[in-house]
Write a protein that binds this ligand. Structure first.
Ligand SMILES: Cc1cc2nc3c(=O)[nH]c(=O)nc-3n(C[C@H](O)[C@H](O)[C@H](O)COP(=O)(O)OP(=O)(O)OC[C@H]3O[C@@H](n4cnc5c(N)ncnc54)[C@H](O)[C@@H]3O)c2cc1C
Length: 320
């Protein structure tokens, strides 16, 4: 019996969400009195042994170029083989884009119970009960998994990453990789920006900014803070900003340490995607804007006056 953590990577580097999944997996293994191992599919430049600092004892590396980019079917087959060869009884994913593509497929293939969007360690005092957020984070559900193999996909930013000392043993794992049924012909990535799903700090704008030509001050703030930019759906729908920046119920759900909302009303569908942020700052000229109810800090004022002043203050603070 052991815990197996799927270690996700992109552009040759391990994703931040995998550090969280590894910490979660190692704490879970401690709780179950077992060991935690990890699995990496495809080639990656980072030092895998160094992942031992998150508590993982052994990394199984399937160093097959066919697996370097996500192919959900091939990943599912490879992980299923790893589950069998390692005897893992709990498989941990991050509930990020790749986790959402693979965990349900693995669940179907292994007939293993899955809880996606878990927000804490399972209660193992009487069975195996996992807590997850439901109704856009408005309530919690506790779900018991009764199958032998259990799968948990942990909600990004819901478990604190802890790193210490330690080195993991890295062992090559041989799995059969079937010929792909789909072929990725091109990957076009937005470069030079902080990816929104991984960002610790986010500066977000809404219809209150009046038009796409006014986003310069937001982009400046994001640059000064090292933040990602986001927007409301209303803004993405009218093409002021690209859809990959749209957060909310029908967009990305994020949980950064700091979310700065500028000229956004705070509709329930918007809040659904950002209300797990650690600190929310709202800038809105309407003191009755609903977003203020969810804010930790609020500034009632015109964004066109407030944001340039904030940028000046950040520049001063940073000595720029
Ligand atoms: C099924 C469904 C799903 C949806 N999913 C999403 C979703 O995922 N994400 C999402 O965002 N929305 C979603 N929506 C839309 C949502 O209901 C709102 O319409 C949308 O979030 C409003 O965007 P907004 O706050 O940018 O615009 P508005 O509601 O127009 O608000 C603009 C705000 O800017 C303020 N403002 C104006 N001028 C200034 C200024 N100069 N300085 C400071 N503040 C100013 C105003 O006081 C106002 O509060 C969904 C709706 C439905 C029905």
């Amino acid at each position: 019996m052991s815990v197996l953590v799927f270690i996700d990577h992109s552009d040759d580097h391990i994703k931040k969400s995998s550090f969280e999944a590894l910490t979660y997996g190692s704490k879970l293994a401690e709780q179950l009195g077992t060991t935690v191992e990890g699995i990496v599919l495809g080639s990656v430049k980072d030092d895998l042994a160094a992942l031992g600092k998150y508590g993982v004892k052994k990394i199984h590396h399937v160093n097959n170029d066919a697996l370097t980019n996500l192919d959900a079917q091939a990943y599912t087959n490879a992980i299923a083989q790893a589950v069998q060869s390692t005897g893992a009884t709990v498989v941990v994913f991050s509930n990020n884009v790749n986790g959402k593509a693979v965990a349900p497929r693995l669940s179907a293939k292994l007939k293993a119970g899955l809880v996606s969007g878990a927000v804490g360690l399972p209660d193992t005092s009487n069975g195996f009960v996992v807590k997850k957020g439901v109704f856009s984070g408005k309530a919690f559900a506790k779900i018991a998994i009764s199958t032998t193999v259990k799968i948990i996909a942990i909600q990004p930013n819901s478990y604190k990453t802890i790193s210490g000392e330690g080195t993991a043993e890295v062992a090559a794992l041989d799995v059969t990789v079937d010929a792909p049924k789909v072929k990725v012909t091109a990957i076009n990535k937005v470069v030079g920006e902080v990816p929104l799903s991984e960002a610790e700090l986010v500066v977000s704008g809404g219809r209150g900014l009046k038009g796409p030509e006014n986003w310069g001050m937001l982009e400046e703030m994001a640059k000064l803070l090292g933040a990602a930019t986001a927007c409301s759906r209303a803004v993405a729908d009218v093409h002021w900003r690209p859809h990959h920046e749209h957060v909310g119920q029908t967009g990305l759900a994020i949980a950064p340490n700091l979310y700065i909302a500028i000229g956004i009303s705070g509709a329930i569908q918007h809040l659904a995607g950002v209300n797990r942020s650690k600190t929310i700052v709202v800038i809105n000229k309407d003191p009755e804007a609903p977003f203020f109810k969810a804010a930790d800090y609020g500034i009632v004022g015109d964004a066109f006056e407030v944001v340039p002043k904030m940028n000046d203050a950040i520049r001063k603070l940073k000595g720029l």
